[in-house]
Write a protein that binds this ligand. Sequence first.
Ligand SMILES: [Zn+2]
Length: 184
Amino acid sequence: MPDYEVIRSRRKTLCAEVREGRLVVRAPLRATNEEISAFVLKNREWIEKHMARAQARAEARSGVRKLTEEEIRALAQQALQVIPERAACYAARIGVRYGRITIRLQKTRWGSCSSKGNLNFNCLLMLAPPEALDSVVVHELCHLKELNHSARFYSEVLRVFPDYRKWQKWLKENGDLIMARAFP
Ligand SMILES: [Zn+2]
């Protein structure tokens, strides 16, 4: 079994996660070391699978070819063409109006929207499949209707873009590889 770090808190159940390639077990304050190691043993298959996946991802990340500044500028240009078109198309279907669209190079997010209705998108989205880009556009536009992540928000998202979850999952699984092309 791999080494693991235990983080105790006021939680009720044990849970394992792989963070930056390391195994972390979250445990209730009162859990004994025996209980924790039994839990790890019981979930061994899951843990090993996830550790292997994290390892593969880290290797892939270090192997990506970095984008040049010129390539990043070209992506931003492309994004300025493509994203406003996608936004206009979905905004009509959602029935919202938005303000300005800004394209940025960002390390941590794909898109955001301000309370004034301005939208912001990451130019690295141009390296993702068009459906993944659309899922981000729809997410931000739906915030102009619902400024939260409530059930109502998601039902609107899914109405307009039924494959939303599939493409968010894609971004979650592959997004860091795209980010790694611009950030170390
Ligand atoms: Zn959101």
